[in-house]
Design a protein around this ligand. Structure first.
Ligand SMILES: Cc1cc2nc3c(=O)[nH]c(=O)nc-3n(C[C@H](O)[C@H](O)[C@H](O)COP(=O)(O)O)c2cc1C
Length: 197
């Protein structure tokens, strides 16, 4: 069956994403590959978790001193890719990031388990770790510092919103004659077309 053409890619994203969230065979349905480019134009990629989305964009959270954050400072263009193997579906998204607001980051940070909040304080993400003990010491330090009550969000921990300008849906078909439906944002309108597999 071919991918149905929806008026906007977000309708289709919602339907596929909800299907992935409901699929027991998918352990991390929110996991996506996030590709960035460094200042020398070299691509880089890693997995992050999607923590929110709407027609404005797709949100993930991270350490703002990490390698990816430095890359995004130099070049806000990203590509994201979901692959849900049991559903035989892939979604590719390209766009540019902007930082989320402090309020939005605070809300999400405080919704996380306390241990994860302390972990965010303890991690100097992507810096050289001299020993596991160094990380455990930092975790102990913040556990003592914030024994009770609200833990403030670290100033170096926040999120980005990917504002998409291209979203492509891929559905497996027999004999590798897969179905690909591409949406491009042109003059504020989403236009769709099929691509050869
Ligand atoms: C399943 C999975 C989920 C992850 N989720 C996140 C995430 O939401 N945010 C994040 O910063 N790193 C996440 N990571 C770790 C990243 O893949 C990466 O190691 C880290 O962000 C450092 O990347 P960088 O050095 O390119 O900045 C996740 C890794 C895996 C395997």
């Amino acid at each position: 069956m071919a991918i149905p053409v929806a008026a906007s890619p977000f309708e289709l994203f919602e339907s596929w994403y909800n299907e992935a969230l409901g699929c027991k065979a998918i352990e991390e349905p929110t996991a996506m590959t996030l590709a960035t480019v460094d200042a020398e134009g070299r691509p880089d990629a890693r997995i992050v978790l999607l923590k929110g989305w709407d027609t404005d964009g797709f949100v993930f959270y991270t350490n703002m001193h990490s390698i990816k954050a430095h890359q995004l400072e130099a070049n806000p263009h990203v590509a994201m890719c979901f692959h849900w193997m049991p559903l035989e579906k892939q979604i590719r998204i390209q766009g540019q990031v902007t930082p989320v607001s402090d309020k939005e980051a605070d809300e999400y940070f405080h919704s996380r388990p306390r241990q994860s909040q302390l972990g965010a304080w303890a991690s100097r993400q992507s810096e050289v770790l001299p020993s596991r003990f160094a990380l455990e010491k930092r975790l102990a330090k913040y556990t003592v510092k914030y024994p009770l009550g609200t833990i403030p969000r670290p100033p170096f921990w926040s999120g980005y919103r990917v504002h998409p300008d291209r979203i492509e849906f891929w559905l497996k078909q027999p004999f590798r004659l897969h179905d690909r439906l591409e949406y491009r944002l042109e003059d504020s309108e989403w236009r769709s077309q099929r691509l050869y597999p």
